[in-house]
Design a protein around this ligand. Structure first.
Ligand SMILES: *[C@@H]1O[C@H](CO)[C@@H](O)[C@H](O)[C@H]1NC(C)=O
Ligand SMILES: *[C@@H]1O[C@H](CO)[C@@H](O)[C@H](O)[C@H]1NC(C)=O
Ligand SMILES: *[C@@H]1O[C@H](CO)[C@@H](O)[C@H](O)[C@H]1NC(C)=O
Ligand SMILES: *[C@@H]1O[C@H](CO)[C@@H](O)[C@H](O)[C@H]1NC(C)=O
Ligand SMILES: *[C@@H]1O[C@H](CO)[C@@H](O)[C@H](O)[C@H]1NC(C)=O
Ligand SMILES: *[C@@H]1O[C@H](CO)[C@@H](O)[C@H](O)[C@H]1NC(C)=O
Length: 355
């Protein structure tokens, strides 16, 4: 993992070498994921507002179900993350003490993270409520581990995975729109959630002294990229329901070795399998651009891992903030949509944060 204040890269596969800490387990002291009415009222108070009180859809199509399962899996992971983050700050764990969070005050950070923890609990409860209303099983919590041990790293990781959510929610809205019918009101509902997550990213960026709003158009995603990324925080085998119940693809890990900067450069990547310039390419998703395919070269094998390079032409119109890299099948192919890239992906997402 390569993290600096101004430029970071989060190589998802590096999470596999995470520090051995006690895994995070549910339930929470406030009853989540199954709070009683009094506990729910307290969660809503601390979240700054309640769950939606309108009727929920009762008829969900299969794409809508998959989309909601992914969103629930993500929101529950976020509850775990922000609960542990809040506890680290509250208890002044090494790396999360007053000096580490300066110039912010401890109370301000506690208040901000308390709001987020409770808001994420309601996001998770809301999505699971829709699944249940649609006669589907709710998503249950797994156990989690996070590759961060200080405040700066924790904020950078929060920004990165929330950036992925910002790219995933528009895809969710498109899926609800395509399904239509009972799912139509979910388009507006998740528009509100999308904006809420954007408010959060503005704060995580502000803490790092980055411009709060990264770019005019943020990087999109594809559901299987988010699904793969979330799994790097889940303790393998700890989910009560098989993850294969969720009809998405889990890709192999793509590690971005070079620390990316806001300039044209060559990046080194690593994957745990054979690659060749004739059979594979790197594709970048950045801003609202059409996917950009670049050739790979300089392939070498070290201890069973393929190392290779590809150009990262940041100055040719990349967006600040998140860029997603994917190693795809085929050389020189172009893709019109992020979903078409995901369909061709072998390894990814490589998560690149610049500025
Ligand atoms: C909280 O601190 C522990 C101990 O350093 C660390 O293992 C864990 O990853 C941290 N979690 C978060 C979300 O900051
Ligand atoms: C709800 O799901 C169960 C189990 O999948 C099924 O047997 C039942 O018919 C479903 N009910 C409705 C109203 O779709
Ligand atoms: C946070 O931890 C990372 C990885 O150990 C380290 O490189 C970085 O300097 C630490 N940052 C602070 C502010 O302590
Ligand atoms: C899983 O998704 C694919 C499209 O991505 C679809 O063709 C298939 O029917 C889905 N399977 C189920 C069980 O819904
Ligand atoms: C191959 O590696 C060299 C040395 O690291 C680098 O200068 C060059 O740009 C790489 N070629 C490509 C096409 O990535
Ligand atoms: C960056 O790379 C792109 C694509 O190769 C190229 O068109 C552009 O001129 C380069 N910009 C600079 C400043 O080198």
């Amino acid at each position: 993992m390569y993290l600096t204040c101004s430029t970071i890269i989060l190589a998802i596969s590096v999470a596999a070498t995470r520090v051995a800490a006690t895994p995070f387990k549910f339930p929470l002291p406030d009853g989540f994921p199954n709070p009683n009415p009094a506990q729910l009222a307290k969660i809503e108070k601390e979240a700054g507002g309640p769950l939606p009180d309108g009727p929920l859809p009762t008829v969900l199509k299969s794409t809508g179900v998959t989309t909601l399962q992914l969103l629930a899996l993500n929101e529950i992971f976020e509850v775990a993350y922000f609960t542990e983050f809040l506890a680290n700050v509250t208890n002044e764990v090494t790396g999360y003490d007053a000096k580490a969070i300066a110039p912010l005050s401890k109370q301000y950070v506690i208040d901000a993270l308390t709001a987020v923890v409770n808001q994420e609990q309601l996001h998770a409860a809301g999505v699971n409520g829709i699944l249940k209303s649609g006669n589907q099983s709710a998503i249950e919590p797994c156990e989690y581990q996070f590759p961060v041990t200080n405040f700066t790293q924790a904020v950078v990781l929060a920004q990165t995975f929330t950036d992925i959510v910002l790219g995933t929610l528009p895809e969710a809205q498109a899926a609800f729109a395509a399904d239509a019918g009972d799912e139509s009101p979910l388009i507006q509902l998740f528009g509100g959630v999308l904006a809420q997550e954007g408010e959060q990213v503005g704060f995580y960026r502000f803490v790092q002294k980055k411009t709060p709003s990264a770019a005019p158009y943020l990087t999109g995603g594809s559901p299987s990229f988010a699904f793969t990324a979330i799994q790097s925080f889940i303790v393998p085998g700890s989910c009560p329901q098989p993850l294969s119940n969720i009809n998405l693809t889990t890709f192999g890990p793509l590690t971005v070795v070079t620390t990316p900067e806001a300039k044209n450069q060559t990046l080194e990547f690593v994957v745990p399998g054979a690659v060749s310039p004739a059979a594979n390419s790197i594709v970048y998703l950045t801003g609202a651009n059409v996917p950009l395919t670049v050739a790979i070269s300089n392939v070498s094998t070290v201890a069973g891992m393929s190392h290779f390079t590809a150009s990262f032409p940041f100055e040719s119109g990349f967006a600040n903030g998140l860029t997603i890299a994917a190693l795809v099948k085929g050389a020189g192919q172009t893709y019109k949509t992020n979903d078409a890239v995901a369909a061709a992906t072998l390894y990814g997402p490589g998560l690149i944060e610049v500025d």
